[in-house]
Design a protein around this ligand. Structure first.
Ligand SMILES: [Zn+2]
Ligand SMILES: [Zn+2]
Length: 144
């Protein structure tokens, strides 16, 4: 028997993603523009929706138990925390950015993890908040 229709969408691990048709009414000019621009309206819309909720919803757990702290947005689902690094993506959904432009995402340097998105030896123009965070997270690296 021949298969009819498109092959099912799969995630990066090969699991079938169950999808549902959602009818939405859109300005036809917008639909034309997006189709011409990106080719696939469904994918574009899904990506846009995910991006709109990127700090409020974990798309791994499909849960909204998200905790916001000074540095990041984090999924608090215990199952996800357990699986973090064991096949699951990080529980940290997104790292925040300071007003001075620094990301709080850890940066790797010289076989060590330096926090706060910068390495002290290479970047000097950091604000007091970033410097304080860096000192809190790297107590062993403070001299004197
Ligand atoms: Zn999660
Ligand atoms: Zn800063």
């Amino acid at each position: 028997m021949t298969k009819v229709g498109r092959p099912p969408k799969r995630d990066k691990d090969g699991n079938v993603v169950h999808r549902k048709i959602c009818s939405v009414y859109l300005d036809i000019r917008l639909v034309t523009y997006i189709n011409e621009k990106v080719g696939n309206l469904s994918d574009w819309m899904e990506n846009s929706m995910r991006s709109a909720f990127k700090n409020e919803f974990c798309f791994y757990c499909f849960s909204d138990k998200i905790e916001e702290n000074t540095l990041n947005y984090k999924c608090t689902n215990p199952k996800h925390e357990m699986m973090d690094g064991n096949g699951a993506p990080s529980v940290i959904l997104n790292w925040k950015r300071c007003e001075c432009g620094n990301s709080y995402e850890p940066v790797l340097g010289k076989n060590e993890t330096f926090y706060c998105g910068y390495i002290t030896e290479t970047k000097k123009n950091v604000c007091a908040i970033c410097l304080r965070e860096w000192k809190i997270l790297n107590p062993d690296k403070i001299q004197g």
